[in-house]
Design a protein around this ligand. Sequence first.
Ligand code: PMP
Length: 432
Amino acid sequence: LAAKMGVNRSTITTVMDELTADGIIESNFKGGTRIISNTWALLLSENSIWNRYVNLGSFKSNHAMIQAINRLEFTPGILRLGTGELDPALFPGELWKKAVKSLENIQSLNYLEASGLYQLRCAIVQHVKKFGILATPDQVLITSGSLQALQLISVCILSAASVVYTEAPTYLKSLQIFQSAGISLESIPMDEEGILHHRIPGKDSRTRILYTIPTNHNPTGITMSQRRRQALFEYCAGNRIPIIEDGAYEELYFDNQSPRPIKQMDQNGNVIYLGTVSKTLSPGLRIGWVIASEPIINRLGDVKMQMDYGASSASQWIMTEFLNTGMYEQHLEQIRAAMKNRCDHAVRVLRQYLGDQVSFRTPTGGFYIWLRFNRKIPMQKLFEEAVKVGVLLNPGDIYDYAPTNALRISYSYLSCEEFEEAVERLAGIIKR
Ligand code: PMP
């Protein structure tokens, strides 16, 4: 190609690298390269009617690397070393059959009330009591996954003049949702015990809120200590900063139960608690919940009716059956045991293949290990090289406001054998 065009070979390589970094082309591990950006494809046809529209809306596009991950996940045979989902081998098929069969007894799948199926809200009230949250069914809203809860919060009770404090790093989709709503974000550093609460500004005239994932944090795996929870709760109450507590990994502890949620200390409705079954049972069910004071639940529920008319009623009945029959609890126990085994194995494998290159802490629950490199590694390049050998990575940079020199490693998705294979390939690239 270089000869045909009469340019230097290195010019072509540089151009290819830049197009890859900008998410315009992508090389796969079978050796091919293709154009992947829709925007670019549309721009190529200069007089397309859509050129002025395609990026007009208020939602931001995903980061090019996130778009690449979303696409590459579905490449047959690729080893997904960063995926925050359960291994399909852990899918509880028999329990599902029973739960779905229970749909035979329901009267209709009509629209439900704005805050969701009453029977499911009652079952959730009982369920969260096990880890210390006391609520009434009127303080529960069923959402289509907890991501929707974050979206509702961003458009219902915050505005472009608000600020959200988040841990650095944090769950990437929450960052995007707040950014798309035009909300300012401020990152607060963490230590081994969780967010450094005294780094949250004491005074600010803007409406502000803290978003935290205190238990089995995504992406670092840190669980906030009991004393930090207490200090954070008091600090925020003293400075009139409400809290969004994201409990997506609440129940995925290994040996000892996690400290009680921050919501448990909340007597005045200062905390909005988010739950989901995406990490324990199935993201495909699209069932999450918000626990908050009634005015907040009513406001979010009212807008949710505009958004999607309520979470799937079939899913809500199925989830009610899972909870009321004890099948959910039974399944949770199996998942906890499986995650603990996989985590122990992952730690051994990472030490064996990368021990002298990285540092990380051993998780006490959840899905993730935050793998920090001891020397500077160009993340984009590492990502691309890994794809070439059939490994899909989640570089730490997509979870933060600044470069991290880290990877989010997940032990939830791959089998132990696949995990070892992926880490061996990764170690090969790092050594090269
Ligand atoms: N919060 C956290 C911290 C998560 O990791 C995830 C899923 N990756 C979610 C919320 C959203 O999950 P869902 O919308 O599927 O309930």
